[in-house]
Ligand binder design. Sequence first.
Ligand SMILES: *[C@@H]1O[C@H](CO)[C@@H](O)[C@H](O)[C@H]1NC(C)=O
Ligand SMILES: [Cu+2]
Length: 158
Amino acid sequence: MSSTKQFLVTLAIIGIVLPSVALATEYKVGDNAGWTNNFDYTNWAKGKDFRVGDKLVFTYPVGVHNVFKVNGTTFKDCTIPPLDEALTSGNDVITLAIPGNKWYFCGVGQHCAVGGQKLAITVLPAGLEAPAPAPNAANGVVASGFLALIAVILSFAI
Ligand SMILES: *[C@@H]1O[C@H](CO)[C@@H](O)[C@H](O)[C@H]1NC(C)=O
Ligand SMILES: [Cu+2]
């Protein structure tokens, strides 16, 4: 295969793969407040468009909080699961893989029951069938420029 052909094939593959990459969003839970007590996560989640492929990032000082992914009943009652099911890194990244309702809370002390440290979201299918908003299209153009550059470098390297 000539390097020109290889270059065009690489670009075509990028064109197919790029849209799903460009649309994925990483949400820092609580924004600057992070994952903490006495923050309104219901309000934080309101109006956000959670999609399959997006990520939730829970940030907190290690040992002060943790993250449990639970079901709706456990969420409502703040029933704390076994500690070995908790995420505890202080920078826990959860990729939203399946559409539907998702529930998370902190299992330290009364943080869920009293501190309101609990988050419920609804994950929608991946963003491709939604009309692509203009800002994403702009990001896509920037990203394809970057990836095209990588493709050029690769096509010379091969
Ligand atoms: C929710 O999770 C708890 C704890 O794992 C489990 O006992 C319960 O059966 C689950 N409820 C539903 C509706 O799945
Ligand atoms: Cu906590």
